[in-house]
Ligand binder design. Structure first.
Ligand SMILES: [Zn+2]
Length: 87
């Protein structure tokens, strides 16, 4: 995974499957690139990206190997902060 401008670029986006609830009504739906299940993703995720569901990510990581650098966009952090203040 890469991050070239403070959460503005990444090539793998880890997503929840759509059978899990989401607090965001504007989430978009996509397909996991590994198992093709339907996943949620935020409309502002960096592009281009590869969506991968949380359940498939460990196997993908085992295949890729190396250290994992996880990141979250500033916009997602701001949205989560608003959500957490309300709940
Ligand atoms: Zn999957």
């Amino acid at each position: 995974m890469t991050d070239t401008h403070g959460g503005g670029a990444a090539n793998i986006v880890i997503c929840l499957r759509t059978d899990k609830p989401t607090p965001f009504i504007d989430n978009e739906r996509g397909l996991c690139s590994r198992c093709q299940c339907e996943v949620w993703y935020r409309p502002h995720v960096p592009r281009p990206h590869q969506l991968i569901c949380l359940e498939c990510f460990p196997a993908l990581h085992a295949k890729i190997g190396g250290d994992i650098e996880l990141l979250v966009t500033r916009q997602t952090v701001a949205e989560l902060a608003v959500y957490l203040r309300r709940n």
